[in-house]
Design a protein around this ligand. Structure first.
Ligand SMILES: *[C@@H]1O[C@H](CO)[C@@H](O)[C@H](O)[C@H]1NC(C)=O
Ligand SMILES: *[C@@H]1O[C@H](CO)[C@@H](O)[C@H](O)[C@H]1NC(C)=O
Ligand SMILES: *[C@@H]1O[C@H](CO)[C@@H](O)[C@H](O)[C@H]1NC(C)=O
Ligand SMILES: *[C@@H]1O[C@H](CO)[C@@H](O)[C@H](O)[C@H]1NC(C)=O
Ligand SMILES: *[C@@H]1O[C@H](CO)[C@@H](O)[C@H](O)[C@H]1NC(C)=O
Ligand SMILES: *[C@@H]1O[C@H](CO)[C@@H](O)[C@H](O)[C@H]1NC(C)=O
Ligand SMILES: *[C@@H]1O[C@H](CO)[C@@H](O)[C@H](O)[C@H]1NC(C)=O
Ligand SMILES: *[C@@H]1O[C@H](CO)[C@@H](O)[C@H](O)[C@H]1NC(C)=O
Ligand SMILES: *[C@@H]1O[C@H](CO)[C@@H](O)[C@H](O)[C@H]1NC(C)=O
Ligand SMILES: *[C@@H]1O[C@H](CO)[C@@H](O)[C@H](O)[C@H]1NC(C)=O
Ligand SMILES: *[C@@H]1O[C@H](CO)[C@@H](O)[C@H](O)[C@H]1NC(C)=O
Ligand SMILES: *[C@@H]1O[C@H](CO)[C@@H](O)[C@H](O)[C@H]1NC(C)=O
Length: 601
């Protein structure tokens, strides 16, 4: 029999509420008495409901350092899944932020919660009371509010800015004028209701549960086997979410999402034996579960005392030459004059200008044939300012194109802009070249976000070492904490190149997906809140990269592009903007780029 005390060493995210000494031995008869499984379908998987994937993107709690935050991820992911279900997968795709819970739950209580562990039910309590912002308001930092001297622990105190913030080049950060929060109506504790209670709850969406992850469980790192745990471990030390169940070769199993990156198990998920007679087996997974009832509509939070947002540039006109370098610093994109793309367009596909497709009057990848293919809205300037627009416009377009190629099937992933910075694949937080991103994708491939959390910082040395490409901080011992990961998926790019002009941009977008585009940002554009933007400039000094995901036409017949920015969901229309088509407003029709991702086998 495995001693559960060994788990202290591994420390997956200790659930303090079921603390050592609290041993819950379920009464087997109680569980079986409730089993009326015949009422429900024999299998269910929220990653494939008649072909539709409702699951939120897999995450990695141990990034950028080790953090026992399973108790937050298990619940925030299950709530995000249920938001997808309640909203029928409509845009925007919400990645709920775990960081505010880690920083703010019980922050005045000594040494419990945070990165040292907690209970997933506490996360529901927090969300019910406070609501939760998305990842573009509060990126995950793997830190908690602690007054402790533990070496290596990141202290991320609770503050208004941890709920939602934005940062400027001079280092100032502030709470946006308004932002969105997502809420739950209520949550239900189904402890002790066993297999049947879980299956009943799962009909409406994923649930979160506590488990005992033994040392042996690390072996699971490969594949999608049905884990049969007979350790008889009686204490929970990890929280996960259960997203489905089924039967294979006569063995009943649960499908479970972990928060240890996509390289764990299959796409970050594992399976474990379901419904065993001896309920102390199989990680105790059928004991401590809960789920939430979500509110599909966000609430708008208005900052009661907004600070005046620092102006990022002065008047742009008239200083073209001398401004180039400061523009690059401010916005992150090297002006077109020194921007050199090495296209690889020797392609099997017909050149875009020869495609015969009839273009629709309106096309928007956020709602193409009723489906959203666009990945979540990011903020390049959080937790600190970083001029990495060039890495965002390109990786977000590639991520969207992966969704398109896969017809939105499970798993939903996003490519990691941080790996681009770590590998200097086109530039740095001081600016760069999207062409370099595509080239890196061709030569090397780009891992997903769970390999490298976005920290908005250049590495000390952008050496592209294995640990800078994909890492895990699976060992709680400091400083021997993080290591490189060998078996992860790299998304390759086969071809890339430039595109410009209304007709060619439309054809490229319609046939293949979103494109990146250089624009010249002006102070007025920074002020954009909604509507169709229009600003003609006598000449363009490209200083920013965005993505174009489609086009539309107003009731007055004005055609516009639908642009995606990387300045958070609180900027513009949910992070997006409309800009008048034709006439090259802000230079948007001169300098676009595309890349074709390859799906891994
Ligand atoms: C989804 O499930 C259906 C059966 O319901 C199966 O045919 C299909 O291959 C599955 N899709 C994926 C992507 O696994
Ligand atoms: C894509 O998925 C949708 C369900 O979300 C399905 O209706 C459609 O037939 C699929 N398209 C292809 C080409 O498989
Ligand atoms: C942390 O603890 C020390 C010693 O107990 C105390 O002096 C200090 O004020 C505490 N800091 C905070 C932020 O509570
Ligand atoms: C939870 O909220 C939903 C929606 O408001 C409501 O229908 C349900 O009765 C509530 N459940 C409980 C246990 O309060
Ligand atoms: C959940 O329910 C169990 C069994 O009723 C109870 O012991 C436990 O305290 C509850 N947990 C919370 C957080 O309410
Ligand atoms: C799990 O292991 C136990 C003990 O070896 C065995 O009795 C049981 O049949 C196994 N269950 C499955 C589903 O393989
Ligand atoms: C079920 O049986 C098939 C065919 O023998 C095998 O390939 C597969 O691995 C089995 N699955 C499990 C979970 O044992
Ligand atoms: C469950 O398994 C454990 C360890 O194998 C054993 O000690 C215990 O008696 C079993 N409980 C029941 C109810 O069979
Ligand atoms: C999505 O597009 C369809 C037409 O394809 C339209 O009926 C529907 O209202 C649109 N949904 C949203 C949320 O805009
Ligand atoms: C974690 O690091 C410590 C200190 O280097 C080491 O002794 C221990 O074996 C490591 N544990 C694992 C599971 O790698
Ligand atoms: C990587 O995966 C391959 C194939 O699944 C396996 O043979 C190899 O042992 C794995 N390497 C590591 C370090 O896990
Ligand atoms: C931006 O908006 C602020 C507040 O509405 C206004 O004072 C300022 O003049 C605007 N700046 C530009 C360049 O439009």
């Amino acid at each position: 029999m495995k001693s559960c005390l060994m788990l202290l060493v591994l420390c997956f995210g200790i659930v303090q509420v079921h603390s050592y000494g609290h041993v819950y031995i379920p009464e087997v008869t109680e569980v079986l008495a409730r089993a009326e499984l015949s009422d429900y379908p024999e299998h269910l998987f929220w990653g494939n409901m008649s072909g539709v994937d409702y699951l939120t993107a897999p995450r990695n709690q141990h990034m950028p350092i080790w953090c026992g935050a399973c108790w937050v991820f298990s619940a925030t992911s299950a709530v995000a899944d249920r938001l997808n279900i309640a909203r029928n997968r409509r845009w925007p795709n919400i990645i709920l932020a775990p960081q505010p819970v880690l920083s703010c739950y019980n922050y005045d209580t000594e040494n419990i919660q945070g990165c040292r562990g907690g209970d997933h039910m506490n996360t529901y309590m927090y969300i019910q009371e406070h609501g939760l912002t998305d990842e573009s308001c509060s990126p995950y930092q793997a830190g908690s509010y602690f007054n402790s001297s533990t070496p290596g622990e990141i202290i991320v105190p609770c503050s208004d800015q941890i709920i939602c913030k934005n940062c400027a080049p001079n280092g100032d950060c502030w709470v946006p004028v308004s932002y969105e929060k997502w809420t739950i109506h209520n949550w239900t504790n189904i402890t002790g209701q066993g297999e049947a209670g879980m299956i009943a709850a799962l009909q409406n969406g994923p649930i979160s549960c506590s488990i005992c992850a033994t040392e042996n469980f690390e072996r699971y790192y490969k594949g999608f086997e049905i884990w049969n745990d007979t350790s008889n471990c009686l204490e929970t030390n990890h929280d996960i979410s259960v997203v489905g169940y089924g039967t294979e070769n006569g063995t009943n199993y649960w499908i479970v999402r972990n928060s240890w990156g996509t390289y764990f198990g299959k796409n970050g998920f594992f399976r474990v034996v379901r419904g065993v007679q001896n309920a102390t087996w199989n990680m105790l997974i059928e004991e401590f579960c809960a789920y939430a009832t979500v509110n599909p509509h966000p609430i708008i939070v208005r900052n009661p005392a907004p600070t005046e947002e620092p102006k990022q540039v002065e008047d742009l006109r008239g200083y073209f030459e001398e401004k180039k370098h400061s523009l690059k610093r401010h916005y992150g994109r090297i002006p077109k004059t020194i921007w050199e793309m090495k296209p690889r367009t020797d392609y099997r596909r017909t050149p875009v200008n020869q495609l015969g497709a009839v273009l629709p009057a309106v096309w928007d990848w956020r709602n193409a044939s009723g489906q959203n293919f666009v990945s979540w809205t990011r903020n390049q300037h959080d937790p600190v300012y970083c001029g990495s627009c060039w890495a965002h416009g390109s990786t977000s377009s590639l991520s969207d194109r992966i969704n398109i190629l896969k017809n939105n099937s499970w798993p939903r992933i996003t490519l990691s802009p941080q790996v681009i910075l770590n590998c200097h694949a086109g530039g740095s937080c001081g600016g760069g070249n999207p062409g370099g991103v595509y080239q890196f994708g061709f030569e090397h491939g780009i891992p997903d976000d769970t390999c490298q959390q976005y920290v908005a910082k250049d590495p000390v040395s952008a050496s592209c070492s294995p640990i800078q490409q994909c890492m895990s901080c699976f060992n709680a011992s400091y400083p021997v904490n993080c290591d490189s990961v060998a078996n992860y998926t790299n998304y390759k790019v086969s071809h890339w190149g430039p595109v410009s002009g209304v007709e060619n941009m439309k054809r490229e977008i319609y046939q293949f997906g979103p494109v990146g585009c250089g624009i010249e940002v002006t102070p007025r554009f920074e002020n954009y809140t909604s509507g169709v933007y229009e600003e003609w400039l006598p000449f363009y000094s490209i200083n920013h990269e965005i993505a174009v995901v489609g086009w539309g036409v107003t009731t007055d017949g004005v055609e516009y592009w639908v642009g995606r920015n990387s300045w958070g969901s609180f900027w513009g229309e949910g992070g997006f903007f409309k800009i008048k088509m034709h006439g090259n407003n802000l230079g948007i029709e001169t300098d676009c780029d595309w890349g074709d991702p390859v799906l891994p086998k």
